[in-house]
Design a protein around this ligand. Sequence first.
Ligand code: PHE
Ligand code: NA
Length: 447
Amino acid sequence: MTKQHQHWGSRLTFIMAATGSAVGLGNIWKFPYMVGESGGAAFVLVYLLCIAAIGMPVLVAEWMLGRRGQKNPIDTMRGLARDNGRSPAWTLLGISAVLVGAVILSFYSVIGGWSLYYTVQAGAGRFAGQDADAIAGLFNQMLASPSLLLLAHTVFMLATVAIVARGLKGGIEASVRLLMPTLAALIVILLGYAATTGHFGAALSYMFAFNFNSISGDVVLAAMGQAFFTLSVGAGVMIAYGSYLGKDTNLLATARTVILFDTVFALAAGMIIFPIVFANGLETSEGPGLIFITLPLAFADMFGGTVIGLLFFVLLSFAALTSSISLLEPVAEFLTERSKMGRPRATIAAGVVIWALGIAALLSFNVWSAPLPGVGLTVFDLLDKVTSQYMLPLNGLFAVIFVGWVLNRQSVLDELGLSGTTALLWSVLSRLIAPLGVAVVFVAGLL
Ligand code: PHE
Ligand code: NA
């Protein structure tokens, strides 16, 4: 039981894994459609503010908790509460985080499945020469088929389980190191294409021309939820990844790097997708189908579009996979450490339950598309909204409160290597701004 907890191979490995977790469907799939649904620049502005003032301190706090605990998020919180003379009720934070991660994975895997299906479609040259109607038709046919969605979801879950079952290091580190730079290169190519559509300026002003009137409680709540989702905080993931950290990793510098990559990917995705939307007279408020309808249209008439389209969806799938692995890790870590099953069986057990929940999510696009009575949302939308907008911020709030107010203040500053002004800045951020920020957004959202 008191065997030494394993550690990342190097700081670079950790950066790659954390960036792999952060950069995913949240950036390329979710961010653009949320901007589109929430009216553009107001959402972007609040999102960026939330990342800087709330997401950053929460991310650092979660890594610190994990590193101090050297265990799964649940036992980490239990141990830290005990060591600091606090109520065992803090364990609930660990439980909630692990559960939320599992719930997110259930619907994340459905979209991961869409990415896999589109990889196959791209490879088969299905986009070439198609018009907007045909491309939309392809997407709608996919949604209308429960068996197709189930197959895709199952394959994606199997891939996720297969990797996590092999242990933290097996495969993840090497693949992420290879895939993230490639994904960056493709984003640049696609940005270049978007710049030639003649609607790049319109997209820029749509994303950045801020208009105060378009801010509402809903927009603010959605933007904060997306800030948590995109940084992978509030779901136990960064606590689990932090548990594999050794003493020497600089948490603040690493957070800066991961956040920079994540933000660049999200903004770039928007700058690629909106010009295509405007060039083709599509709706920005298309919702979850946005990238699956816009990008294939671009691939349809671009030189080399089949190859670039294939590469794009392969890499989207891998970006999703490096995030889905991280979503499975907290519960796999917990079951492995707390049972005699061993990691492979623990991972499979967790995977099966999550896979089953994913079925309810995928039926939301076809046979079960009527909103749930009394809730007004489909199962998919409900899982997505409740986790992103409420559970992630709530878990993150308690994590940063624990670090800001429960842990010994000097020991935290020492761990972060801070003194003087920067120490003051960190204290103000972690003790006041981040917790109050979450509270203010909750209140604004509920009004
Ligand atoms: N950050 C991931 C993305 O943007 C999603 C995620 C959320 C991963 C929560 C882990 C935890 O795609
Ligand atoms: Na992200």
